[in-house]
Design a protein around this ligand. Structure first.
Ligand SMILES: NC(=O)c1ccc[n+]([C@@H]2O[C@H](COP(=O)([O-])OP(=O)(O)OC[C@H]3O[C@@H](n4cnc5c(N)ncnc54)[C@H](O)[C@@H]3O)[C@@H](O)[C@H]2O)c1
Length: 715
């Protein structure tokens, strides 16, 4: 079918209804052919005698999803970007310049170019369907809105509300859109077209008034007065972005700069400045990396966790959670939040009430923020029930075990639990350091057993490692993969093995930090280098405190047992074990903690406690960063190439970004490694291994082979 069918004019008396329904695609998007067709349609309308036009989508939950990211991905030069953006801007101007009133009837996602399109219309009506979201996500892809978004949005919403959307790259629901003036009316989806048509007829009857926007500079006095207030808004916006991003993301800063230059300017000048900035950003590595991350998340949406298998995920409507502690409470919250019926079991009522409180506190915060109302709060709470025995477990489709990290107890409890459930029900363990295949020995039917490794805090961390035990069936993996997605998580299937994927890479990184301490570096300098320079969400010492120092040491020992020589534990870690410091959980670690758990300054007594002299910081931050990050790359070469823990570099990168907050602007650990070169990494590791007498840093065989043959992880 031709592109003509994708955008059609359906006459309705004096009104032209323009229907978007991109043939052969799930979503409407502004690809080059679509834009060319839209131009034709607009020209036809301009020549016609229609008195008004209403734009609508025939897709179910999509209005217009935005520009075609596939096209953006392939563009590499400023000239390519300039041509595409100029074309888009011209089309938005054509919409704005139509002599008749224009209406957008928005149902479903209206993002990026879609949002810029509706802002070019005179009147906007949105449905109150939950799928209706309007926003400008471009800065999340390292670019800025380029079809007039930075020009029109501040004029429609004012600076503060426009910054709120553009700088965070976010979208708002129709209620919020109405409140900030991004839409004029909100109606039930069934009434959307009736309402739009009625309104169009009224406007026609009243003379067909356009809603003119002004691009002209205001009067001089206004300008001066506004200038003072605006100066503050621009400064605050910049400060906010710097605080949040550490300056690693150029797009939001550029957006502020563009808006500062273009606010109040004529349309042509403003659009030219926007376009130039867009072209500058489009060719940056940061943008390419962020687009790479976007594709990683899209990849998961399409996956089943069992490529090539015919097995099907089973539906899950009832979920049990064993253990209502830190993890169990979080897991129950996330599941019930997505409408799954959850039953938590713990040893006593006190533990259960803690788990319940954890969930209710999180929902209460949402009520306070007006994200949910009190009726929804009650509904969600009613999905979580508790028990100290196995009553109700016959109903469970899946049970997640999140009790103490002890293999004997886990095996015993899992056996007990399996006896109380249907024979085909699944049990998964949230263990972070034990072997899933070993725990499975406690289950009478290990094909119905797997790992489902959530990260702490469960409500915030998007990653779930789905661990395939030796006997886990494909159906079990598919079910847990699908369940993770339903819980709003990003699942990655990982083979059973010490530390699975993420912890296996993190441990050498944290372990190396302890060696840096022994080399005379201070906690502050090392953590600062990783956060400020590299862009990690927290440095290795803060991370160790967060995880629990006892847990880190325990896992390091497990690694040493499994991997032998390769894993070295800094002598100071042994002293740390004896020091009684557990990190954040007992308020004593590398840092000091307030009563409420807030991290304070570095605990200056840490050096004496570890029998280390006062730090002199003899090493350059570059060495600290390279030793920490390259230790992860080195381990990853073994995990990925030798042990095939996961199948692809994409999965490593997704897991590291979603599970550890590895800076997305670097595109993931292995994309970063490729960008600086495996040869360089192997050479530096060799050099540090020799100079610092650190055999742990010697490049592993797969990494050395890659360097020799000049191979990349993404080959
Ligand atoms: N805390 C983390 O950061 C983290 C991250 C990932 C995975 N994990 C894993 O998750 C599991 C739970 O960790 P946590 O931090 O939530 O522990 P926790 O100590 O906060 O909670 C454990 C809960 O299990 C309960 N429990 C113990 N035995 C039980 C039994 N027989 N039946 C029912 N409940 C029982 C305890 O009463 C307690 O409430 C562990 O396997 C841990 O390794 C923890």
């Amino acid at each position: 079918m031709s592109i003509q069918e994708s955008i059609k004019i359906v006459p309705q008396g004096e009104i032209a209804i323009v229907e978007f329904d991109l043939i052969g695609e799930k979503v409407n998007k502004f690809s080059t052919p679509v834009m060319m067709r839209l131009k034709e349609v607009l020209q036809e309308i301009a020549r016609s005698s229609y008195k008004a036009v209403i734009f609508k989508s025939n897709k179910n939950k999509i209005f217009i999803a935005g520009a075609d990211i596939e096209e953006i991905k392939t563009m590499t030069t400023k000239e390519q970007f300039n041509e595409a953006v100029k074309g888009g801007q011209e089309i938005m101007n054509m919409v704005e310049d139509l002599a008749i009133p224009t209406f957008a009837a928005i149902n479903g996602a209206c993002m990026g170019g879609g949002c810029e399109f509706v802002m070019s219309c005179d009147y906007r009506i949105a449905s109150d369907d939950p799928s209706t979201k309007i926003g400008l996500p471009e800065t999340q892809l390292g670019i800025i809105p380029g079809f007039g978004g930075t020009v029109r949005m501040p004029r429609i919403l004012g600076l503060a509300a426009a910054f709120d959307i553009i700088l965070a790259g976010k979208a708002v629901n129709s209620k919020k859109a109405l409140k900030i003036g991004l839409v004029d009316k909100v109606v039930h989806p069934n009434l959307l077209m009736d309402f739009a048509t009625k309104w169009a007829k009224e406007i026609i009857a009243a003379g067909g008034k356009k809603r003119r926007k002004t691009y002209e500079p205001k009067g001089l006095m206004n300008h001066v007065l506004e200038g003072v207030g605006q100066g503050i808004v621009f400064r605050k916006a910049r400060e906010g972005v710097m605080k949040l991003t550490g300056g690693h993301y150029p797009a939001p800063l550029k957006a502020i700069e563009v808006i500062k230059k273009t606010y109040g300017k004529d349309r042509e000048t403003a659009l030219l400045l926007e376009r130039e900035a867009f072209c500058e950003l489009g060719v940056t590595d940061v943008s390419k990396n962020l687009i790479h991350v976007y594709y990683l998340t899209e990849m998961v949406k399409k996956q089943t966790g069992i490529a090539g298998s015919q097995a099907k995920a089973r539906p899950v409507s009832h979920m049990g959670v064993l253990g209502a502690g830190t993890m169990g409470g979080g897991i129950a919250y996330v599941a019930a939040d997505k409408g799954i019926d959850v039953r938590m079991k713990d040893l006593n009522v006190e533990a259960l009430s803690k788990g319940l409180k954890h969930a209710s506190d999180l929902w209460r915060k949402l009520v306070k923020r007006k994200t949910i109302d009190s009726y929804q709060f009650q509904q969600k709470m009613s999905l979580v029930s508790t028990t100290t025995n196995y009553s109700g477990f016959k109903n469970m489709d899946v049970v997640v075990e999140a009790i103490v990290e002890d293999i004997n107890i886990k095996q015993k409890v899992i056996g007990e639990c399996a006896g109380e459930m249907r024979p085909d029900a699944i049990i998964v363990t949230n263990t972070s350091s034990l072997s899933v295949s070993e725990i499975a020995k406690g289950h009478p039917r290990p094909e119905f057993f797997a790992g489902m490794h959530f990260f702490n805090p469960v409500n915030k961390m998007p990653l779930v490692e789905v661990i395939r035990g030796e006997k886990t069936s494909e159906e079990t993996i598919a079910t847990i993969f699908e369940l993770s997605k339903r819980m709003g998580k990003m699942p990655v299937v990982v083979k059973d093995g010490p530390g699975f994927m993420v912890n296996r890479l993190l441990l050498p990184y944290m372990g190396e930090a302890a060696f840096l301490l022994q080399d005379g570096m201070s906690v502050e300098v090392v953590d600062k280098a990783f956060v400020k320079e590299f862009g990690m969400p927290m440095g290795p010492f803060a991370l160790m405190d967060e995880v629990g120092l006892d847990v880190c040491i325990k896992v390091l020992k497990i690694f040493k047992k499994s991997f032998g020589e390769r894993i070295e534990m800094a002598a100071c870690m042994t002293l740390l074990e004896k020091s009684g410091r557990l990190g954040k959980k007992n308020g004593k670690g590398f840092y000091l903690y307030a009563e409420d758990g807030k991290r304070g300054d570095v605990d200056s007594s840490i050096y004496a406690a570890l029998e280390l002299p006062a730090p002199t910081n003899p090493l350059a931050p570059k060495e600290c960063l390279e030793r920490g990050i390259f230790a992860m790359v080195n381990e990853c070469s073994l995990a990925l190439i030798e042990d095939k823990i996961v199948e692809s570099p994409q999965e490593v990168d997704l897991a590291m970004i979603m599970g550890t907050g590895f800076p997305p602007f670097r595109g993931g650990l292995l994309r970063y490694a490729d960008s600086i070169g495996v040869v360089y990494i192997a050479d530096q590791l060799e050099m540090y291994a020799n100079e610092r007498k650190a055999s742990r840093l010697k490049p592993a065989t797969p990494l050395r082979n890659m360097a020799k043959t000049q191979r990349k992880f993404y080959s």
